[in-house]
Structures are given as structure tokens and as C-alpha cells.
Design a protein around this ligand. Structure first.
Ligand SMILES: Cc1cc2nc3c(=O)[nH]c(=O)nc-3n(C[C@H](O)[C@H](O)[C@H](O)COP(=O)(O)OP(=O)(O)OC[C@H]3O[C@@H](n4cnc5c(N)ncnc54)[C@H](O)[C@@H]3O)c2cc1C
Length: 171
């Protein structure tokens, strides 16, 4: 039986999140880890892609409600619905940590971290005074691949498992 699929995403691109660390540390460009959803699915003739924000589901009438091109709550009819909205970070009840440890799930997040990292290097380059030349610039605490790429970017050795355990990090 022929099937018609509609992919609805508020962003126009598919993002390979595991490489966000590399964008944040200026090792890769944003375009290296993201591709337009339309392009990826261009050979699927039974697929329609809509860039729109899903705002609700009217399950009784089998309709997804979307904010589409400025039109709020526009209904998209469906027979079968798959909701796969991804995940976000959590501070486990400590939202006051957010300004010091911003989450990183989108390209915008990674670009914002990258801006801070590059500015920190620039500031370190121009630092004067006792010990300025030898002052280490380290980025600490991230998920598994984070410390590796950050350490490479800073020229520091990645933390050993024993160090990570002391810092409360994952192996
Ligand atoms: C920094 C980082 C590193 C990671 N490293 C690894 C790793 O090394 N190995 C591993 O296995 N996993 C890793 N993950 C996890 C992995 O990337 C995710 O588990 C995976 O991307 C989840 O896929 P998904 O399709 O469920 O969600 P996503 O890929 O997040 O897709 C969800 C989509 O829904 C869209 N969306 C959300 N809300 C709406 C809405 N209201 N309306 C319209 N569209 C909406 C979003 O734009 C997005 O395109 C990492 C994640 C991060 C953030």
C-alpha cells in the first residue's frame, strides 16, 4: 500500500549532535554537522517536508496543530503519528547553574560557546602581568567526547579516568 509521509520540523536542518563539541571548539564549521532535511529526503517522492512548529495534537480528530508560515494552529491530518521532538538538558533542580554551564543541543548553542572560547583565547593572548604567559586555558566538564576535543583545542592532555572521577565526571 502506498504511504504518504509528512516530516514537520521547526528547523530546516537535521543536526548531528555528537559533533556539536567540535563546532563549539572551532574544529568544525556548523555546515559540517547539519544538512537540510529537504535535501536529505529529496529522493523520497512520497515525503513532504514542512518547516513548522508543532503546537499541539488533536488526537480525537487525528490532527497535528502547527504554527505554519505565521498561521497558528493550522491542522495537518494524519493516520499514524510519530512524535520525536528530541531532548533538552536539565540542571536537576539547579537552574541557577544555567548562566555558568549553558546547555548545548543546537547549532546556536554551539556557536555561542564557540564565541566565548575564541574570546577567551583572544583575551589570554593579550594578557599581561606576572604568570600570564604560563596561565593555562582549560575547558572542563562535559560529556565523554567533550573533554577530548576541548583538550585538543587547548593543547592540554585529556583528563585521565582517575582525574575525571575526582572531578565528578563520567568515565
Ligand atoms: C552534545 C551532544 C552529544 C551527543 N553525543 C552522542 C553520542 O556520542 N552518541 C549517541 O548515541 N548520542 C549522542 N547524543 C544524543 C543524540 O544526539 C540524540 O539522542 C539524538 O539526536 C536524538 O534523536 P531524536 O531524533 O530523538 O531527536 P533530535 O535529533 O533532537 O530531533 C528532534 C527534532 O524535533 C524538532 N522539534 C522539536 N520540537 C519541535 C516542535 N515543537 N515543532 C517542530 N519541530 C520540533 C527539532 O528541531 C529536531 O530536529 C548527543 C547529544 C548531544 C546534545
Amino acid at each position: 500500500m502506498p504511504v504518504r509521509d509528512t516530516v514537520i520540523d521547526w528547523s530546516n536542518h537535521h543536526l548531528f549532535q555528537p559533533l556539536l563539541y567540535q563546532v563549539a571548539t572551532a574544529m568544525l564549521a556548523p555546515g559540517d554537522i547539519a544538512a537540510p532535511i529537504c535535501h536529505l529526503l529529496r529522493r523520497q517522492r512520497n515525503v513532504t517536508v514542512a518547516m513548522a512548529e508543532v503546537t499541539g495534537v488533536d488526537a480525537a480528530n487525528r490532527r497535528v496543530l502547527v504554527n505554519y508560515l505565521g498561521r497558528p494552529d493550522m491542522p495537518f491530518a494524519y493516520d499514524y503519528l510519530i512524535l520525536a521532538t528530541g531532548a533538552s538538558h536539565s540542571y536537576f533542580g539547579h537552574n541557577e547553574f544555567a548562566p555558568f554551564a549553558p546547555g548545548m543541543t543546537s547549532l546556536l548553542d554551539a556557536e555561542s560557546v564557540r564565541a566565548k572560547v575564541l574570546k577567551a583565547f583572544e583575551t589570554a593572548e593579550t594578557a599581561r602581568g606576572p604568570g600570564a604567559a604560563s596561565r593555562p586555558a582549560h575547558l572542563a566538564r562535559a560529556r565523554p567526547t567533550g573533554p577530548i576535543s576541548c583538550a585538543r583545542a587547548t593543547g592540554a592532555a585529556p583528563a585521565r579516568p582517575s582525574q575525571r572521577a575526582r572531578l565528578g565526571g563520567q568515565p
